[in-house]
Design a protein around this ligand. Structure first.
Ligand code: NAD
Length: 347
């Protein structure tokens, strides 16, 4: 089952169990080739420990690709904790998790993910320093990663538009699916650039309010993927690109923040065959992890900006290579990331 969902075997899989604290889950260290395995802590309901482990392995592998692609001095890892069914003491649970992270002595660095937040990171920090996503300190990187993720997607979209349309995003029609923390900020950046926007969100009030502010149109969540647009930006949930969406998609470029946009790996080939340029998700949405990593590494905001802006040319390079070699951009992104999954040489 695990072999079917991941491409490679992780370095280490650590079972976490502390019944009194309600801790039940896994830390998976996929790769430490580039540095400490970094990746967030997911806190979610899983029916079985096996289901949590499979998810942790898949997500840890994904972090190795994302971190290597972003050229961070980090490997890939992930923690997945099963949310207790009944009442539980959240502080105690995350302190126990912090002790488990501490025992790994820096081989794994944790941060926020689905189901965890700032307060959990502060509780983890009672037990270990190998945690990021904490309160930002003046002069240092840290805090909310969403603006950086949005900036990275924006830079990637500008670079991809230059390749696909031979011009800028000014006047281009962009359909944004999901205007939450990242999608909302992306929409603002696009509006400033002169793009014409169509917005959709399950939270229709949120979409309406932003549309009024930016002079954008609103579409229903059922229609957004199929509206007439140059660019489709999935910024909601994973699996945004499936057979049904491809049946209605009119955009010639897909570039958005959502993780795991391809519902199945085969979708990448369908997009290529239809000459729809796909900017690989983990390449373009790395701004958040870049900011989290900078906090852990003690870097400045200027370092973060430099790395995030580099997402533009990196995306362009992958798209150009894919086109020249007749391959999918997803394949080329993976190939390039795998080539970087090796120890860094320090001069
Ligand atoms: P968010 O929860 O703030 O925003 C998501 C928005 O999508 C919400 O407004 C929600 O109402 C809306 N939504 C949900 N289902 C929808 C649907 N079917 N159609 C239209 N809208 C829908 O989340 P976010 O932090 O903005 O993240 C967005 C995506 O980007 C996620 O897939 C996330 O994993 C990914 N991502 C986020 C970051 C980050 O820094 N926040 C980093 C990397 C990747």
């Amino acid at each position: 089952m695990v072999a079917a969902t991941t491409r490679s075997v992780p370095e280490e899989c650590i079972r976490l169990e502390d019944k009194e604290a309600g801790l039940d889950g896994f830390i998976v260290i996929h790769s430490t080739a580039r540095g400490p395995a970094a990746g967030g802590c997911r806190f979610w309901s899983y029916d079985t420990p096996e289901a949590a482990m499979v998810d942790a392995m898949r997500l840890a592998e994904g972090m190795s690709y994302k971190n290597a692609s972003a050229e961070l001095p980090l490997g890939g890892g992930k923690a997945v904790l099963r949310r207790p069914a009944g009442e539980f003491d959240r502080r105690r649970l995350f302190e126990a998790f912090g002790r488990a992270v501490a025992r790994l002595d820096g081989r794994y660095v944790t941060a926020e993910d689905v189901g965890t937040g700032l307060e959990d990171m502060e509780n983890i920090a009672h037990a270990t320093r190998h945690v990021a996503g904490r309160t930002a300190r003046p002069g240092f990187a840290g805090g909310d990663p969403s603006p950086w993720t949005a900036l990275g997607v924006f830079e990637a979209m500008k670079a991809a538009a230059a390749i696909r349309f031979g011009g800028s995003l000014a006047g281009a029609r962009v359909a944004v699916q999901g205007v939450g923390n990242v999608g909302g900020r992306l929409a603002r950046l696009l509006a400033d650039e002169g793009a014409r926007l169509v917005l959709a969100d399950i939270d229709t009030q949120r979409a309406q309010a932003l549309a009024s502010e930016l002079g954008a149109e609103v579409a229903s969540i059922a229609d957004i993927a199929g509206v007439t647009a140059d660019v489709f930006a999935p910024c909601a949930l994973g699996g945004a690109l499936d057979e049904a969406v491809l049946g209605v998609l009119k955009a010639a470029l897909v570039c958005g923040a959502a993780n795991n946009q391809l519902a199945t790996p085969e979708i990448a080939e369908v997009l290529r065959a239809r000459d729809i340029l796909y900017a690989p998700d983990y390449v373009v949405n790395a701004g958040g992890i870049i900011n989290v990593a900078a906090e852990y590494l003690g870097e400045s905001e200027a370092d973060v900006r430099g790395r995030v802006v580099a997402i533009g040319p990196r995306t362009a390079g992958i798209l150009e290579m894919a086109r020249a070699e007749g391959l999918t951009s997803a394949f080329v992104a993976d190939r390039e990331a795998e080539a970087k999954m090796r120890p860094l040489c320090v001069a």
